[in-house]
Design a protein around this ligand. Structure first.
Ligand SMILES: Nc1ncnc2c1ncn2[C@@H]1O[C@H](COP(=O)(O)OP(=O)(O)O)[C@@H](O)[C@H]1O
Ligand SMILES: [Mg+2]
Length: 327
């Protein structure tokens, strides 16, 4: 049998987060159980200082050292410049040989919902028809056309999360709802999110109350799933959806597991929270999250999610560090 290469004990992991709480405590606990340690680092507080160390990065709490690995749990919103620097720190860590989980490019692919849709589509993964355009006229024509065909669309902020800012347009309960245009602005300054219309065809619920699924993929394996049930069409836990256990082995489990794993692979993600909706023709993938929360999922899933993440980070991404450290 081949030698099993495991991560050495004593690894120092930077948990990149703007919010210390349940998730970071869970990760620190799971890291401790593996003989490693986790220190919370806010990417907003990381800086570049080429006078401080050979590598030019300063991470609070790490002095002139680099962490052995970085686990990305949250990146706060900010100006274009601030977010560029925060992602730049993750890019720099990877370039300096530090495993970053998920890496910056994977986070960029999933944070931009239009890129997610494009990559899912190009990989042949079933996802609702989706459009992203800067042209208000084109977006309006699209809403009119879909509405005339009796269909609804969802307008989403490109960088949205937790079900915030979603609007149903087009043919909604038989009534035409146009694209919102802020009164007084008009024309090209219409109230598209950031001047961009990201529109996805609305998937009608199969039952009332409706549900969607969240599947968590870790290291190419679906490790946990739940149904999110609510009377409101937006099924995020943050919007009050009820978490219901979903087996991955029976019923719809194997189909959603396969799609979720393929979605994570299409976006090259170490771990991913994949949202899917049921349709009569089979599940559709709505969205892929690169910094997924799992507090709701943990309540109904029979696996230790933090432990699954930490095991995958250490065993798959940090195993090579063993040789380096022991050399
Ligand atoms: N095209 C759609 N059809 C039906 N429901 C949708 C659609 N898009 C989003 N939803 C509902 O809204 C929720 C949030 O949308 P999502 O794209 O996952 O954005 P967020 O990043 O805010 O979670 C989904 O979990 C689903 O319940
Ligand atoms: Mg979502």
């Amino acid at each position: 049998m081949a030698d099993v290469v495991t991560a050495p004990r004593g690894l120092r992991v930077a948990i990149m987060t703007d919010a210390v709480g349940w998730h970071t405590r869970e990760l620190q606990r799971a890291l401790r159980e593996r003989g490693a340690s986790g220190r919370c680092v806010d990417l907003a507080e990381c800086r570049i200082d080429t006078t401080q160390a050979w590598h030019g990065l300063v991470l609070p709490g790490f002095g002139a050292e680099l962490p052995d690995a970085a686990l990305v749990r949250g990146i706060a919103g900010g100006s274009f410049e601030q977010v560029t620097k925060r992602l730049g720190v993750l890019h720099a860590l990877a370039a300096l040989g530090v495993p970053v989980y998920n890496e910056a490019r994977a986070i960029e692919r999933s944070v931009d919902k239009s890129m997610t849709s494009l990559l899912l589509h190009a990989a042949g993964i079933p996802t609702p028809p989706t459009w992203a355009t800067e042209s208000l006229a084109l977006a309006q024509r699209l809403v009119t056309r879909e509405s005339a065909a009796g269909r609804a669309l969802v307008l989403k902020p490109l960088f949205g999360s937790q079900g915030k800012g979603l609007l149903k347009l087009g043919c909604v309960d038989g009534v035409h709802v146009p694209l919102p245009v802020e009164p007084g602005l008009g024309g090209a300054d219409a109230a598209l999110y950031g001047g961009l219309a990201y529109l996805q065809r609305y998937v009608e619920p199969l039952a009332a109350p409706g549900h969607d699924w969240r599947v968590l993929v870790v290291g190419g394996r679906a490790v946990a799933a739940m149904r999110r049930v609510s009377t409101h069409w937006v099924h995020n836990v943050a919007r009050g959806a009820r978490c219901v256990p979903q087996s991955l082995a029976s019923g719809d489990g194997p189909a959603i597991a396969r799609l979720a794993v393929d979605s994570a692979a299409a976006l090259e993600m170490d771990y991913a929270g994949v949202d899917l909706m049921p349709t009569r023709a089979g599940p559709l993938v709505l969205e892929v999250n690169g910094v997924a929360a799992w507090q709701g999922l943990q309540r109904v899933a029979p696996v230790d999610v933090a432990r699954a993440l930490v095991d995958d980070l250490l065993d798959r991404k940090c195993a090579g560090l063993a040789g380096r450290r022991q050399a």
